[in-house]
Ligand binder design. Structure first.
Ligand SMILES: Cc1ncc(COP(=O)(O)O)c(C=O)c1O
Length: 425
């Protein structure tokens, strides 16, 4: 006779992090659909494209490591200090200083197990419950914002978000802007956070917008977190002249993922030493040390600055061309009777569609597209922390164009058909 399963009671922390959040269900759904159906067109994930020239650089670098001295063995056999490998920290600081004119010290840099972990640490150490009984939040000044932040709070209601202003442009494009008139930094705001370029929309906050946010943060004595997972100076999946920004009150995060190394889980935080020391302590507690494979692979490219050349000369042109091609496919596939809009392609690798007045929710559209072997991400998931429901959140979808062009072409055609059908139904 089999024993009944043991009833396990989870702590509040356990309950919060194991909860069946929408994104977990969605990722599960996406994963299952992919494994059970080889014909599925994957346009939902955040994987970078496999760019042959970039992959070759990492292959050559791996071969070099295997061939020379005992670097390979050292990489495998040693735990790094929790802030990251000292040579890597120095190389990051040096590379950024040379490119931007900043004056970073290695102590301003800390490595994490991917950018995602960086955000888990940052959000929970800056916001949530405080010793004086207060509860503070992270302000997202431009919603929609990255889906990956949504469930990271250990305490409840970690985010408060402001709907973006929608600016309509020519040729069915639109663009989000910060609604500064309604942006209020109340006493319960612990930090401001933006991704730049923004996942999902591909929006890039202008230098002026960033300067205003930075000034607001400084005046209020709180950090401005800028998530640079796609931006400048690396990996360079950005098509506007956005200047990288850092200051003592700014926490800038970078990642090696979109340079083609998501599997190495390497995130980088550039911040004041108070922040980097706290991050390092958290890494020690949670994981002792970080994965050092990405750090070791990228080290000489950071020391020489080649990483910036790769970003400028290979990665940016690749994604820019992809963005233009994908946009053309949209123009070709949608007929003018379908009221579609696409966010201006300023960075990252997504088409962010808006279907004004869509008669079905974007989740229903996601289901219908899945039936037709096209996987996208429904827009609802990118609008969290809002005070009031916003119809716009039910009218958007995110579509990746980093996959092979044939898949992108077929996928966009099917999206146009299904959306057209939904409006006509
Ligand atoms: C905006 C943004 N921030 C952070 C991340 C986390 O990336 P990683 O943990 O691979 O560094 C992603 C991943 O797609 C992202 O899109």
């Amino acid at each position: 006779m089999t024993e009944p399963p043991m009833e396990i009671e989870f702590s509040s922390f356990g309950e919060k992090l194991r909860e069946q959040c929408g994104i977990l269900e969605l990722m599960d759904d996406l994963g299952k659909a992919l494994t059970t159906n080889p014909d599925m067109r994957m346009m939902g994930g955040g994987n970078p494209a496999a760019i042959p020239e970039v992959q070759q650089i990492w292959r050559d670098r791996a071969a070099q490591l295997l061939g020379e001295g005992n670097d390979f063995d050292r990489m495998l056999v040693n735990y790094d200090p929790p802030a990251g490998n000292p040579r890597f920290l120095e190389a990051v600081a040096g590379c950024l200083n040379r490119d931007t004119g900043w004056n970073l010290q290695p102590g301003n840099v800390a490595v994490t197990c991917g950018g995602q972990t960086a955000f888990f640490f940052l959000f929970n150490m800056l916001a949530g419950e405080f010793a004086d009984g207060s509860h503070r939040k992270i302000l997202l000044p431009v919603t929609p914002e990255y889906i990956g932040y949504a469930n990271q709070g250990v305490s409840k209601d970690l985010f408060t978000a402001l709907p973006a202003i929608i600016e309509e442009g020519d040729d069915n494009t639109f663009k989000y802007r910060v609604d500064f008139d309604n942006l209020e930094i109340t006493g319960d705001i612990a930090a401001i956070c933006v991704s730049r370029p923004t996942n999902p929309s591909g929006n890039v906050l202008s230098d002026t917008e960033i300067a205003r946010l930075s000034e607001l943060a400084k005046q209020n004595g709180i950090p401005l977190i800028i998530d640079n997972a796609y931006g400048n100076p690396f990996p360079g999946a950005i098509f506007t002249d956005a200047t990288p920004v850092w200051d003592e009150h700014v926490i800038l995060t970078l990642s090696l993922s979109k340079l083609g190394l998501p599997g190495t889980r390497t995130g980088i935080i550039v911040a004041s030493e108070t922040i980097t020391r706290a991050i390092s302590a958290m890494t020690a507690v949670v994981g002792l040390a970080n994965n050092n494979i990405g750090q070791t692979l990228a080290l000489p490219l950071l020391e020489s600055g080649e990483i910036i050349d790769i970003s400028n000369d290979i990665i940016r042109p690749f994604y820019r061309k992809r963005a233009e091609e994908a946009r053309q496919l949209v123009t070709d596939a949608f007929d003018d009777s379908t009221p579609y809009r696409v966010h201006a392609a300023e960075g990252a690798f997504f088409l962010w569609f808006w279907f004004p007045g869509l008669p079905i929710s974007s989740t229903e559209l996601y289901r219908r597209l899945k039936q037709r072997d096209v996987l996208v991400v429904p827009g609802e998931y990118f609008f969290y922390g809002l005070d009031e429901p916003w119809q716009h959140s039910r009218e958007c979808i995110r579509v990746t164009f980093s996959q092979p062009m044939e898949i992108v072409r077929e996928g966009i055609k099917i999206i146009a058909e299904e959306v057209g059908r939904a409006y006509r139904q």
